[in-house]
Design a protein around this ligand. Structure first.
Ligand SMILES: [Mn+2]
Length: 322
């Protein structure tokens, strides 16, 4: 990985236009990695800008630079010769047309086991707790200064991808990195307040409706919940308000796999999210359904109506539980 990291430094230094981007429906790791690297490169005088297919979720808009992220399928990229993909396991997850990548160097920074190594340069470490942790290494390697803003953004990547420092990827190194980020100015309490304790009433009402759909299967080893368009409408909420709902299912004693379903971007698709506990590998489960992710957190998008998808997923979950 270090060779690839060095190659990326060289590519950044040689570039005349750098575009930083992350996956569709970006999460805290995608956005935090993007903003941290942006702030560091910008301060270092590099020609860098940001664009994503989807907007920055409300809970991450407190991060410095979030208003500078362009959004949409069309990317203004005339002067761009280097695209850096952050936290995306495949090129399709970025959500752009193939033409964007023609004649441009693509560098990938990621930690998903399912990553297809789709870049010209692939900085991939599946042991890293977050993509932001790799961005931290890149900033160190390039000798860029770590501002309070960049430190805060990387802290968000740790916080969200380790489920607030409690999942299996929470190693001593993660806490050492967190300490370094706090020393660089990141403030854990205001950050946690912004990410977890600034939710709307609509979000809470959606949570109530979602919990009413709880269905325990496989002798209580799997937990199922979903939201639909009707619930969004009734509670005046949207897809962003589903953040964290999946973790409620996993919190139930005896549950090994939690499944959460919500409507996809078009009328004929559903987003299916998985959380695993104990020995289950929901990353492999998601891959078998056309998606990807990590051992204990993964997901996929499936075409069809709720019932047919639910049936397919139930069969796959059954196989995964063994
Ligand atoms: Mn991640």
């Amino acid at each position: 990985m270090m060779t690839e990291m060095n190659d990326l430094c060289t590519a950044i230094r040689a570039s005349r236009g750098i575009l930083l981007t992350t996956h569709c429906n970006p999460d805290g790791d995608g956005i935090g990695s993007q903003l941290a690297l942006y702030n560091a490169l910008q301060a270092g005088g590099f020609p860098v800008r940001m664009h994503n297919r989807d907007g920055v979720p409300r809970i991450y808009r407190f991060l410095e630079g979030s208003s500078l992220v362009g959004r949409g399928k069309e990317v203004p990229a005339q002067d761009v010769d280097l695209i850096i993909s952050l936290d995306a396991g495949s090129r399709g997850r970025l959500g752009y047309d193939d033409s964007l990548f023609a004649g441009r160097k693509l560098a990938v920074i990621d930690h998903h086991a399912s990553n297809s190594r789709f870049g010209d340069i692939n900085v991939i470490d599946t042991m890293a707790c977050s993509t932001g942790a790799l961005v931290y290494q890149l900033i160190q390697l390039m000798d860029l200064s770590l501002s309070k803003d960049s430190a805060s953004a990387i802290y968000v990547t740790l916080l969200t991808d380790t489920t607030s420092f409690h999942n299996a990827s929470t190693t001593p190194e993660v806490h050492e990195l967190a300490a370094a980020l706090l020393r660089a100015g990141a403030e854990p309490w205001p950050i946690a307040r912004s990410v977890y304790e600034d939710r709307s009433r609509a979000c809470f009402e959606l949570q109530v409706r979602c919990m009413q759909t709880l269905d325990l299967r496989h002798q209580g080893r799997s937990a199922w919940m979903h939201v639909d368009e009707r619930m969004y409408k009734d509670t005046n909420s949207d897809g962003e308000d589903t953040e964290g709902l999946i973790d409620l299912g996993r919190a139930i004693s005896g549950v090994e796999i939690a499944v959460f379903m919500r409507p996809g971007d078009d009328d004929h698709s559903w987003k299916v999210t998985f959380r695993g506990k104990f020995d289950t590998d929901v990353g492999a489960l998601a891959v078998s359904l056309g998606g990807g992710g990590h051992r204990h957190a993964a997901g996929c998008t499936m075409q069809g109506d709720y019932d047919s998808i639910r049936n397919k997923v139930e069969r796959a979950v059954e196989a995964c539980l063994g």
